[in-house]
Design a protein around this ligand. Structure first.
Ligand SMILES: [Zn+2]
Length: 436
């Protein structure tokens, strides 16, 4: 199917950062053409997007689909209590049906909000069910089974290293590049829950298959103190000392980084993902992202899990990412355009795919969202970056294309039934809560 998006304002994110009034032609899974007045034809579906913004779809560079069902069940706690008392017992209580329902809920919410790629941390068990739902939804996906092999700090999710790594080899075989949208990822949860052998052997596995290595680190001061006590090193310093930094490693959070750790991340081309709402809700702190970016670190944005946010709306994350830098560094720090770029082209850089996604350019993959600008909260705003970051929300997303497939049409998901998904989630949540 081919689509012609007619008359929109394109926020291209191309190297010149052009914002242009033009038509956009999607053919197969690519952006075929950007130009004024592309003629309509009978084999192309024309969609009128005049008075709308056309943007590259959002890259949510850190999510937990398996936790979407727990939203509202783990409020007002700090990170380690939140994990040990609420999240790990609920992840442990998942069966294949409840985890599929949770994945559907997260995918539905994020796609309706214009998200076209996610970098997801899975859970220890039932990973296959998440991947099946990802494929059905049409999401462009990086993610995989989570590792927790240090018995005293993994709660009920503990699984020994050899079992985890052997199952991972099967998952890689069955799912990595099963479609051009699915990229398997190696996911040690965090150093607190992993043995050193797990961190290094799983890193070697990532290198063997050319996969991303996705790990939380330096989110919370207690977490940093635990690693210091065990290893004598700071958290990222420890990951560096065992050889697990590098261009395929993505550190999630990095709220509490020393200068020396920041410098090593930049030297090794290790990237970071910022989750501002989660950092505030779990009282973890304010990551000085403006300073990190000034120093040259590549930083994406993610909503993290639904129970530490409690929405997965990329507009809220952009807005908060911009706002919380201002009391720290002044009102000019992290302006709206930079927040938008972190949620799109920089997220693509985090995934090493900036030549394929993250901007509207001829030949790139057709991952696109269209944004309506008629709501009173945004209708009079001239600057499109200001509109997107400070005034819009998922409410304003009208169409979403992933790999050229129209997954959201006029606000309706085309692959997941909204009412049935929510009804199924109610049922599965009730059953899960009885198992916790
Ligand atoms: Zn997380």
């Amino acid at each position: 199917m081919s689509y012609l998006l007619k008359g929109g304002q394109l926020i291209t994110n191309n190297p010149q950062r052009d914002v242009i009034k033009a038509d956009l032609l999607i053919q197969d899974n690519k952006i075929q053409k950007l130009a004024e007045n592309i003629p309509a034809s009978s084999d192309v579906e024309t969609i009128d997007v005049s008075n709308q913004l056309v943007i590259p779809g959002f890259v949510q560079a850190h999510t937990h689909l398996c936790q979407a069902l727990f939203r509202g069940y783990a409020d007002d706690l700090s990170l380690l209590e939140w994990l040990e008392e609420k999240i790990w017992p609920m992840e442990h209580a998942h069966d294949t049906d409840s985890i599929a329902a949770s994945a559907d809920l997260g995918l539905l919410e994020m796609q309706l909000a214009g998200t076209t790629s996610i970098f997801d941390m899975g859970t220890v068990r039932n990973m296959h069910s998440i991947l099946e739902r990802v494929e059905k939804s049409g999401m462009r996906y990086w993610g995989g089974k989570c590792f927790m092999d240090l018995k005293e700090s993994s709660g009920p999710l503990y699984e020994d290293k050899d079992t985890s790594l052997s199952e991972t080899r099967d998952l890689i075989k069955n799912w990595h590049h099963k479609t051009n949208r699915i990229h398997y990822t190696i996911c040690p949860r965090f150093a607190v829950s992993c043995t050193e052998e797990m961190l290094t052997e799983s890193f070697a596995l990532a290198q063997e298959f050319g996969l991303k290595y996705h790990i939380h680190a330096s989110e919370n001061k207690d977490e940093v103190a635990m690693i210091k006590e065990r290893t004598g090193k700071l958290n990222v310093e420890y990951l560096d000392s065992i050889g697990t930094l590098g261009k395929d490693t993505v550190i999630i959070h990095g709220v509490h980084l020393e200068e020396s750790e920041l410098a090593r991340m930049i030297e090794t081309d290790t990237h970071l993902v910022h989750c501002p709402t989660a950092n505030l809700k779990l009282a973890s702190g304010f990551a000085p992202i403006h300073k990190y970016r000034q120093a040259g670190l590549v930083v994406g944005i993610g909503a993290d899990g639904a129970p530490c946010n409690n929405t997965m709306d990329p507009f809220y994350e952009m807005r908060l990412a911009a706002l919380i830098q201002k009391p720290l560094f002044g009102p000019e720090a992290l302006p709206a355009q930079q927040a938008f770029e972190m949620a799109t082209i920089e997220g693509a850089k985090v995934l090493g795919k900036e030549n394929e996604i993250g901007s509207l350019e001829e030949g790139k993959l057709a991952d696109i969202a269209t944004i309506d600008l008629t709501h009173p909260s945004v209708a009079t705003v001239e600057n499109p970056y200001s509109a997107l970051v400070y005034s819009c929300s998922s409410r304003d997303v009208t169409n979403v294309f992933i790999d050229g497939e129209r997954v959201v049409a006029n606000g309706q998901h085309q692959n997941l039934d909204h009412e049935l998904t929510v009804a199924h989630c109610h049922e599965q949540l009730g059953l899960l809560l009885k198992r916790v």
